[in-house]
Design a protein. Structure first.
Length: 225
């Protein structure tokens, strides 16, 4: 498995989840979690009521990531085991989110309790994804917030085109490490938009399937160290 395979797969899943949550849960980010802070600040300044799941999303993300970090530290898990365990956890959480969404149709009532359950399951899944990378991969790429990846791709391309620069080799490595994540996320966003357009709340099933498929594929192709 190439070093770019895992982040690219996770970026694809994050793209599907973020678009699906935005379109079916009343404008909630579940992968790009800090985006909710921007929306909440705008709502507060304009006197609009805050989306309750946006208020809960940030602490939920932090709590899940912290708990998982504590478990990994205490059990002294190896990188491969961390990846397997967290990929399974992400898939389980997204599967439960899909089941609730399929039964409750949260897009019809984004402020209802059922929508909140879907949201928190998806946020927990994305927290496990980000914890997976930070605890098992050094340096840790970002699979949800693409601004940094766009900047990295742009700067590395400039260095590659201006091949006389001394950092040419480093730029090529940065480009090869970054573009698969960006491409995976963008493809996930497109796929999520298509799934929601045709299946509405059923798009959550596609997110769960993508996560399961990624977990199976990554475990299958991983080469023993």
């Amino acid at each position: 498995m190439t070093p770019q395979s895992l982040p690219a797969c996770l970026g694809f899943v994050a793209g599907i989840v973020d678009v699906t949550s935005w379109l079916t849960l009343g404008g909630l980010f579940t992968a790009h979690i800090t985006g909710n802070l921007v929306v909440m600040a705008a709502d507060a300044l304009n006197g609009r009521p805050m989306h309750p799941t946006q208020v809960l999303a940030v602490p939920m993300f932090i709590i899940v990531a912290a708990v998982l970090a504590i478990i990994v530290r205490r059990r002294r898990m190896e990188a491969g085991k961390i990846q397997d365990a967290f990929l399974i956890l992400q898939s389980v959480l997204l599967t439960f989110a899909a089941l609730v969404a399929f039964a409750a149709r949260p897009s019809l009532a984004p402020l209802a309790a059922e929508a909140g359950i879907v949201a928190m399951l998806a946020v927990a899944a994305m927290a496990s994804q980000n914890a997976l990378l930070h605890l098992s991969t050094k340096p840790s790429p970002t699979t949800a917030v693409m601004t940094g990846n766009i900047v990295a791709c742009t700067l590395s391309l400039v260095s590659i085109v201006m091949y006389r620069l001394s950092d040419y080799d480093a730029a090529r490595k940065q480009w090869h490490d970054t573009w698969p994540v960006l491409a995976g996320f963008l493809l996930g966003c497109i796929a999520g938009s298509v799934f929601v357009h045709f299946w509405e709340d059923g798009a959550w099933i596609a997110a769960a399937v993508a996560s399961i498929a990624s977990a199976v594929w990554i475990r299958t192709v991983r080469r023993p160290s």
